[in-house]
Ligand binder design. Structure first.
Ligand SMILES: O=C(O)CCC(=O)C(=O)O
Ligand SMILES: [Fe+2]
Length: 296
């Protein structure tokens, strides 16, 4: 069976990033306290209870998915903003972008009797796979209960982010993200993976929070999941992470169509919330931008 390396919350960031480069998957053990897990379950239970199973093989006929997690669980906000995770996301995505953003949030509950999800590469959302130099997705899967091979632990093929497109894994190359509740599995956009088969009587619950460079379309539309009236209750840091910020000097600016005073004309979305912070306003000028781009 393929093998996923395990590290701890005190393993140096560089070491974890090196494992990700090599294997495209790693587990950080014992991250969350049991009180956090109980609270997350409590927060999400009402939504999971009323959500239907998936409608096709990919989403799983015995699998429930609940999104907009930041609006539904304060603990999930903490997960999205966790300093170690963000240090890793920054180390991983940072070389390819000025800013990264939250790309996707989903509680995925695999129920009894679910069969394996097809192995896939998440980066398929941006078009087919060809081995590329830039990895554009940093994904976290927080185990809310124990993940076991029997209850549907995520299958992953370590190292498959470097494979030719048509190479298929042998059974023994497939690993399972088996981990204790409170641990987090990190994987990246080009690695083959998929939900596992659940042969038990229990459900498997994971919180999926994915990050991507701010120059890419987000999988879960963050502006509709958290429209301004929801986002105004978030901290500026969280709003910025979901995309109410600029991703570069002129990337993602905002104009208020009702503004008759020129107050919110071509500004950073942060201004919508009365926060005038815009690091690009001082860091970049049109002249500098032209100079920078002509250098490339
Ligand atoms: O549930 C899982 O373990 C994996 C789900 C997944 O990879 C997906 O839906 O893209
Ligand atoms: Fe996936």
């Amino acid at each position: 069976m393929g093998n996923i390396k395990h590290v701890t919350t005190v393993t140096p960031v560089e070491e974890i990033l090196n494992i990700l480069d090599e294997d495209a998957g790693v587990i950080i053990d014992d991250f969350l306290e049991s009180a956090d897990l109980a609270q997350i379950k409590k927060d999400l239970r009402p939504f999971l209870n009323v959500t239907n199973n998936g409608q096709d093989e990919f989403t799983g006929f015995e699998t429930k998915r609940v999104g907009a997690l930041l609006a539904r669980s304060e603990k999930c906000q903490n997960l999205a903003l966790d300093p170690l995770i963000n240090e890793l996301a920054d180390g991983f995505l940072g070389p390819h972008c000025e800013n990264y953003q939250l790309h996707f949030s989903s509680a995925i509950q695999i129920g009894p009797g679910e069969s394996s999800q097809i192995l896939h590469r998440d980066r398929g959302v941006w078009g087919g796979y060809i081995p590329r130099k830039i990895e554009t997705q940093f994904s976290t899967v927080w185990a809310i209960n124990d993940f076991t091979k029997e209850n549907g632990a995520t299958q992953v093929v370590p190292g498959s982010h470097k494979w030719d497109k048509n190479r298929q894994p042998q059974i023994e190359e497939i690993a399972y993200a088996e981990m204790k509740a409170g641990s987090v599995f990190i994987y990246t956009g080009s690695v083959l993976h998929g939900g596992g088969t659940n042969t038990t009587e229990e459900t498997r619950l994971g919180i999926f929070l994915h990050y991507a460079p701010s120059w890419l379309r987000q999988q879960e539309n963050q502006y509709l999941s958290y429209p301004p009236e929801v986002a105004k209750k978030f901290t500026p840091e969280l709003r910025s992470l979901i995309g109410y910020s600029k991703g570069g000097y002129v990337l993602g600016f905002f104009t208020d169509p009702n503004d008759k005073e020129g107050r919110l004309e071509s500004v950073s979305p942060e201004k919508l919330f009365g926060d005038s912070k815009d690091k690009y306003a001082t860091l970049a000028t049109p002249e500098k931008l032209v100079k920078e781009s002509s250098r490339k």
